[in-house]
Design a protein around this ligand. Structure first.
Ligand code: SAH
Length: 445
């Protein structure tokens, strides 16, 4: 008998990495591995890396250097590099990180678990789940439904690292989610870099709206979210699905990246500000109380102060619930990286802070309107003596209560709001009556 292999998974970057890490952890548990407290305590460490900006790439590099030291002392130590850094050419990676045992490109579809078992030279692939080894996954779990991206936004490295678009089959996704629900998951976040294009590559072709309809039927699942949306592909059928399917939350992540048409064209985003605004209008007209969040890049090559001001103006027009803002970071291999990175760092910082400052005001106003109202919260855990969870619109909500509540849907009356979170008190320990059924538009005509 072999001793139990202890693994440690380290992740950075997007929710897709987190979802893949969670899934790998579940798969390793099933074949009898055990999670270790830290990378140093493990026999095997898997890094889910990110290269979307230089800062993330630096952190991955530092982590790899730390692990190299561990491996010096323990030659049996196994290091696996997954995520977007591993999407680079393998020969280059082997030169840079010769001590890494396995590079698993996000372009590949082969099970990472099987590759790890091969690496450790074990054949436990078909072993039954040991007694009591079921790790309870989180109340809310990410599930990757679609990998890769076919677009070529000029700043973005993801298509080069994650490869072309591939959809997972609806039945496989459904089975994974049913398994999660059995182990306590109440909410899933369906993940893709460009989620509206889910299913377009499958035979027979399917759509995200159809997948949502299928998943809406899973008993015990309470909420479904999906991200990330792309402003060009968000169709009427999807708007209808969000408006009418009771489990699908009114929460849309719709990156705009810039509020200026010239910058958008140079980013090769394929839409104009007016197109984006029309979509927001359509979402708000059809989906009651829809929350919309966005991503913005400041200091893109050639972005003038006036073009940046246009982004601030669009922020005031749209009034997003949440804005994720980042300073442009050139990524070698992308088109934009061949252009001069001509907005000075200090100016990028100024723009970043201007976005953050304006968003703080807008979010404070949006959230203040919730004070006095009772909202449904899915309790995810405890922090500083309070329970916390999220509303359907994805607002973090804290409230005190003496009894255990994790995984429950509860009613919370909001007493206080900040730009980042809500505070409240428990009203009832049961969900609200289901949303009044809205008749799909195509039937009501
Ligand atoms: N398809 C995903 C992309 C994920 S990357 C999406 O549309 O969200 C997440 C965010 O990182 C992007 O939305 C973008 O705002 C930011 N980003 C991507 N490349 C970047 C770069 N080179 N510099 C700065 N921010 C970048």
């Amino acid at each position: 008998m072999r001793a139990v292999t202890n693994y440690h998974i380290w992740t950075i970057g997007c929710q897709m990495n987190e979802a893949d890490a969670r899934r790998l952890g579940d798969e390793l548990d099933v074949v009898g591995f055990a999670p270790a407290e830290s990378a140093e305590d493990a026999d095997l460490v898997v890094l889910y890396s990110c290269v979307v900006r230089q800062a993330a790439e630096n952190k991955v590099h530092n982590q790899l250097m730390r692990l190299r030291e561990v491996k010096r002392r323990r030659p049996d130590y196994k290091i696996v590099l997954a995520g977007c850094l591993a999407g680079e050419e393998t020969a280059a990676l082997q030169r840079a990180y010769p001590f890494v045992d396995l590079f698993v490109s996000p372009k590949a579809d082969i099970s990472l678990r099987n590759q790890i078992l091969d690496l450790l030279d074990l054949d436990q692939r078909y072993r039954q789940e040991p007694e009591g080894a079921q790790r309870a996954p989180g109340v809310s779990a990410g599930v990757t439904i679609h990998q890769g991206c076919n677009r070529r936004c000029t700043y973005c490295i993801i298509p080069f690292r994650r490869g072309p678009e591939r959809s997972r089959r609806p039945a496989e996704i459904r089975a994974e989610i049913e398994g999660l629900v059995q182990r306590g998951t109440r909410e899933v976040v369906l993940l893709s870099q460009i989620v509206e294009r889910y299913g377009w590559d499958l035979q027979p072709r399917t759509t995200l709206a159809e997948l949502l309809t299928l998943l809406n039927e899973i008993e015990g699942l309470e909420r479904i979210r999906f991200l990330t949306s792309y402003p060009v592909d968000f169709g009427t059928d999807l708007i209808e699905a969000v408006a009418t399917l009771p489990k699908v939350c009114e929460d849309i992540n719709l990156p705009i990246q810039a509020g200026d048409d010239t910058v958008l064209r140079r980013m090769a985003r394929g839409y104009k500000v007016a197109d984006y605004l029309r979509l927001v209008e359509a979402l708000r007209a059809r989906i009651a109380e829809v929350a919309i969040s966005t991503d913005i890049i400041v200091g893109f090559p050639g972005e003038t102060a006036a073009q940046f001001e246009n982004t601030l103006r669009v922020m005031e027009q749209v009034r997003w619930d949440v804005v994720h803002v980042a300073m442009y970071s050139p990524r070698p291999g992308t088109v934009a990286a061949t252009w001069p990175d001509d907005v000075p760092k200090a100016e990028k910082k100024r723009r970043l802070h201007a976005v953050e400052e304006l968003q703080r005001e807008i979010a404070a106003q949006i959230n203040a309107r919730l004070v006095g109202r009772t909202v449904e919260v899915l309790v995810e855990g405890q922090k500083d003596g309070k329970w916390y969870g999220r509303t359907r619109s994805n607002k973090l909500t804290f409230f005190p209560h003496p009894e255990p509540l994790a995984g429950e849907l509860v009613q919370v009356r909001i007493t206080e709001a900040s730009p980042w979170a809500l505070q409240g008190e428990l009203v009832r320990r049961q969900p609200a009556a289901p949303r009044p059924t809205q008749i799909p538009l195509y039937l009501s005509a």
